[in-house]
Design a protein around this ligand. Structure first.
Ligand code: FPP
Length: 249
């Protein structure tokens, strides 16, 4: 088992869960069964993050672009999401995990949306970890939506454009109130951000692995965290400035 330092964990981990289709192809089964295996990996990783004390876990479960996949695949992904919500509510409660979402959930079919709202509402007070699902999510849409809301609020006299800064802007994003991710993991050997959290990833450490999402296990998560822990996060400063800052803490 890979060793990690539990005193230096990323507070927020974001994951682009990629490779379900290739996993299915490799095992000569249909793509949908690949997604089903991917849903199992979600369970494993949520449990592992909760166990070690990760506070925020954001999973890219369905992008705005994914609506253009074949209708059968979209339907299957919605079914898997609904099944996940139905089967996992008890565990989320037991583990005191709160479910939140980012993205345009109004586009989801009414029964999935209803389940989602029910699980969000039921887990509202849980505070050990936040499981944040990105559903019908696109970062460019999120930014445009924020700009529109800011303009509306400006018209209503609620916000003065001269006072608009990074902090205020962040409050208009779906992730309002959440810290930016410290670590982004993307599986399946692709080196892209794919319209995920474009604003929030500005200073995130990026970790890419060839492991396909359905094969991603606790040990792979630990490898990603161990890699994160070896890095020096300078946020634009020099190494010396950082050392000085840390010695003053
Ligand atoms: C990418 O694999 C994965 C997705 C588009 C969906 C992610 C969904 C799950 C992990 C399962 C359901 C989720 C929950 C929360 C229960 P891909 O199909 O793009 O893989 P490929 O690039 O190899 O074709």
């Amino acid at each position: 088992m890979i060793k990690i330092d539990t005193d230096n964990l990323p507070r927020h981990i974001a994951v682009i869960m990629d490779g379900n289709g290739r996993w299915a192809q490799k095992h000569t089964i249909g793509r949908i069964r690949g997604h089903r295996k991917g849903a199992h990996a979600v369970r494993t990783i949520v449990r592992a993050c909760r166990e070690i004390g990760i506070k925020y876990l954001t999973l890219f479960a369905f992008s705005v672009e994914n609506w253009d996949r074949p209708p059968k695949e979209v339907q299957a992904l919605m079914f898997l999401l609904e099944e996940y919500l139905r089967k996992e509510l008890a565990e989320l409660q037991e583990q005191e995990i709160r479910l939140t979402t980012i993205g345009d959930i109004d586009r989801l079919n009414p029964s999935v949306k209803e389940k989602l709202l029910h699980v969000k509402e039921s887990t509202l007070k849980n505070d050990k970890m936040i499981l944040n699902l990105a559903l019908s999510y696109g970062a460019k849409d999120e930014i445009v939506y924020a700009v529109k809301k800011i303009m509306e609020d400006n018209k209503k006299g609620r916000i003065d454009i001269d006072e608009l800064d990074k902090e205020t802007f962040s409050k208009y994003l779906f992730t309002a109130g959440m810290p930016d991710p410290d670590l982004l993991i993307r599986t399946s050997g692709e080196y892209r951000i794919s319209n995920f959290l474009l604003w929030q990833l500005a200073y995130t450490e990026l970790y890419f692995t060839k492991v396909l999402w359905p094969d991603f296990k606790k040990d792979d998560l630990f490898k990603a965290i161990a890699s994160y822990q070896k890095r020096e996060r300078r946020f634009g400063l020099t190494s010396e400035q950082l050392k000085e800052r840390n010695s003053q803490k």
